[in-house]
Design a protein around this ligand. Structure first.
Ligand SMILES: NC(=O)c1ccc[n+]([C@@H]2O[C@H](COP(=O)([O-])OP(=O)(O)OC[C@H]3O[C@@H](n4cnc5c(N)ncnc54)[C@H](O)[C@@H]3O)[C@@H](O)[C@H]2O)c1
Length: 251
């Protein structure tokens, strides 16, 4: 097992990639702090882990709030006995509008959850990791942090910001044996993408435009990258954005 005796805190654990990663990390031996603003969804993930023989707690937290971020870290340490891995995955898609039409508060909300939330998670977890002799942090960015997407100014800015703070954190805390990396998924089949599609399925033409493999990705194809980065298999990887996009950004 790749994460035996580890404790992993995963945000956005109630849905999509966060839930699938929570189950995979638990299967690999980690005890899971399943964090979500949707308490019932986090509880369901924890229940799924426990019924598969793992150990998990569910914690309701809004990652954009400093007090909540502090409390989710404290609860995980108190109830699970430590914190070795943090996967800052919670995020929202925000409203799809061109810059001149996007409301100020909609811009702020996406930045607050997708960027400030990652920063707050690191801010509150890193002191414990330093005290513990190290840790691994995985942040969810997106290919939207690498290329521009129409109608997604706040989302692209937040995700580019996640890549930036991942690099800064890796520089600042490498000497404490803390590795910090980011994942840049392409289009992955989760409730978020189905909301963006308005519940419908993507046309073949649209799929071929965003993936040279002719399909969108599955959540476990991101969870496996997160597992790699969280585990000792990635012992020399830090400060890097890992693209898993089916070829969307090749050219
Ligand atoms: N699905 C994709 O194609 C795709 C591509 C690139 C990046 N991403 C990113 O991957 C991450 C996971 O996305 P997903 O597709 O699994 O989405 P999802 O909507 O299925 O899951 C996101 C989870 O985050 C939770 N959440 C939202 N706001 C929160 C907050 N303020 N505090 C705590 N939890 C909160 C939601 O309740 C939900 O359970 C996000 O950061 C997203 O931006 C998704």
């Amino acid at each position: 097992m790749k994460l035996a005796n580890k404790v992993a805190l995963i945000t956005g654990a109630g849905s999509g990639m966060g839930r699938v990663a929570s189950l995979l990390f638990a299967q690999e031996g980690a005890r899971i702090g399943a964090i979500d603003i949707d308490e019932k969804a986090a509880q369901e993930t924890a229940r799924m882990i426990e019924s598969a023989g793992g150990k998990a707690i569910a914690v309701k937290a809004d990652v954009s709030k400093s007090a909540d971020a502090q409390a989710m870290v404290a609860a995980t340490i108190e109830k699970l006995g430590g914190l070795n891995i943090m996967y800052n995955n919670a995020g929202i898609e925000g409203k799809a509008e061109p810059i001149v039409k996007l409301a100020d508060e909609d811009f702020d909300r996406v930045i607050a959850i997708n960027l400030r939330g990652v920063w707050l998670g690191m801010k509150h977890a890193i002191p414990h990791m330093i005290a513990n002799g190290g840790g691994a942090i995985v942040n969810t960015a997106s290919i939207a942090g690498l290329v521009g997407l129409r109608n997604s100014s706040a989302y692209c800015a937040a995700k580019a910001g996640v890549i930036a703070i991942t690099k800064v954190a890796a520089l600042e805390y490498g000497r404490y044996n803390i590795r910090v990396n980011a994942i840049c998924p392409g289009a992955i089949d989760t409730p978020m993408v189905s909301r963006i599609q308005g519940g419908g399925t993507m046309s073949e033409r649209a799929v071929n435009r965003i993936s040279t493999l002719g399909r969108i990705g599955k959540p476990d194809e991101i969870a496996k990258m997160a597992l790699f980065l969280a585990s000792d298999d990635a012992s020399f990887a830090t400060g890097a954005p890992f693209i898993v996009d089916g070829g969307w950004t090749i050219g």
